[in-house]
Design a protein around this ligand. Structure first.
Ligand code: BGC
Length: 449
């Protein structure tokens, strides 16, 4: 009866990203990022929203940390805005910007909350975009390594856990291919693929830089592979799902975990394949302490001996969607299968769920409570599936809910609300939603009920 689903030392946390929550976009010497430019284009962002204030965490971090402490959170995953600490992406450190992150980390540690810092969550310093074409250039990769090494040292032991790059796909394909997010470019495939490669290299370069200055650092990726799950849990469909997982994600997580591009990717891209060297892959394939999985959706796969690849992926649209974002279908079993497949394919030391969550049009009731039973249903289902992975011994060490509080959902503006805490954007008041209380109770008991 008293059996816990999650061990006492399970790392419970929430996640955010600088551009989405900080605000203070032009304060204390911060340089511009590509988002400060992108958001100026008419209709680039829904409602022409901008990140000048966002959720104002820059000024309200103490309040946010107090909320986390009250809920018993063990960790907080946030990203550093590169242009806040190095306004041009290189050169002189902006002390005031760096001090903000030091204060945030000190406040977290004082409250028993471990900081998990993401070095790159999509907000490239604008100067590097303008001067070098951003991630099209190896110069940007080089400066990324310098930024990580210099700032990690400056943080003076305040942070021990690091995510290098958040989600390759969004940075490369969505930012430089579809142009839906900053920098808003629609590059041809070959150049887009080079951006993909440079982001992998940025990950490897950051790992190397970190290892040099924080020897006891724990570091890994935060990646959102396509989660592919067996339509029925029998050997032929399980094998098909594993093969599909490895091949569909060949250019990102598979390349990192295996230290090379699988042939299927190079063949698929043909003349559009990126240029790379063997030395690149010495960095890209370097061992990590954990793999972070950002998990928002899953697609069922069946074995298909009649096709050349041997599997068939069902469209997510065939499953009911209730998560507020069209591409994110409700597929809680992706938790169990994601951990199992990643483990069986590559045996990472540790797995963290670095993001998972849903958005909705949450709003306070007349009594100013925010009732979000939909999010409780989402959490219960996903975490029950995750508990299944733990029961079977997969090395899952923590879960970071996306997100701590409502924030600026990139090009979709402020409408999708992902927070466990509601933000009134007119007053910036925070109101913990009902799901916050559910999560708090789970942290207390370690049980899904
Ligand atoms: C990103 C977050 C984003 C979330 C919800 C993830 O892909 O890392 O920044 O807000 O998805 O769309």
């Amino acid at each position: 009866m008293n059996q816990r689903d999650f061990p006492e030392d399970f790392i419970w946390g929430t996640a955010t990203a600088a551009y989405q929550v900080e605000g203070a976009a032009y304060e204390d010497g911060k340089g511009k990022s590509i988002w400060n430019e992108f958001e100026k284009h008419p209709s680039a962002i829904v409602d022409n929203a901008v990140g000048d204030v966002a959720s104002d965490q820059y000024h309200r971090y103490r309040e946010d940390v107090a909320l986390m402490r009250d809920a018993g959170m063990k960790a907080y995953r946030f990203s550093m805005s590169w242009s806040r600490v190095l306004p041009d992406g290189r050169g002189t450190v902006n002390r005031k910007g760096l001090d903000y992150y030091k204060r945030l980390c000190e406040e977290l540690l004082r409250n028993g909350i471990e900081p998990y810092l993401t070095w790159y969550h999509w907000d490239l310093p604008l100067a590097l975009q303008e001067e070098f074409g951003g991630w099209e250039s190896r110069e940007t990769v080089k400066y990324f390594g310098e930024y990580v090494g210099r700032i990690a040292k400056e943080l003076d032991g305040l942070v021990k856990n690091f995510f290098t790059v958040n989600e390759f796909l969004a940075c490369s394909d969505v930012g430089y291919g579809l142009g839906a997010i900053a920098p808003g470019l629609k590059l041809p495939k070959k150049r887009r693929n080079q951006v993909r490669h440079h982001l992998l290299l940025a990950h490897g370069t950051a790992l190397q830089a970190l290892r040099g200055v924080v020897p006891d650092a724990k570091a890994g990726l935060a990646e959102n592979p396509s989660f592919l799950i067996p339509v029925i849990p029998v050997p032929e469909h399980i094998e098909a799902a594993k093969k599909a997982f490895r091949e569909v994600n060949a250019h990102f997580i598979t390349a990192v975990m295996e230290g090379k591009y699988p042939d299927c990717y190079l063949e698929r891209e043909g003349a559009d394949a990126p240029s790379f060297t063997e030395d690149d892959f010495k960095l890209i394939g370097a061992p990590m302490d954990f793999v972070g999985l950002n998990l928002y959706y899953g697609k069922p796969v069946r074995s298909a001996p009649e096709t050349p690849e041997g599997y068939f992926i069902f469209n997510a649209e065939t499953a009911a969607s209730c998560t507020g974002i069209a591409d994110f279908n409700f597929e809680p079993s992706a938790m169990y299968w994601g951990c199992r497949i990643v483990h069986e394919l590559w045996h990472p030391k540790e797995i963290l769920i670095s993001e998972n969550g849903m958005s909705a049009n949450d709003r306070p009731s007349s009594g100013s409570e925010v009732y979000d039973p939909h999010r409780i249903k989402y959490l219960r289902a996903h975490l029950a599936s995750l508990a299944g992975a733990l029961r079977e011994g997969y090395p899952v060490k923590g879960y970071f809910h996306w997100s701590l509080l409502d924030n600026l959902e990139w090009h979709l503006g402020f409408r999708p609300r992902f927070g466990l805490v509601y933000v009134n954007y007119a007053t910036l008041e925070r109101i913990p939603k009902m799901s916050w209380s559910w999560y708090k109770e789970l942290i207390r008991t370690g049980k899904i009920e």
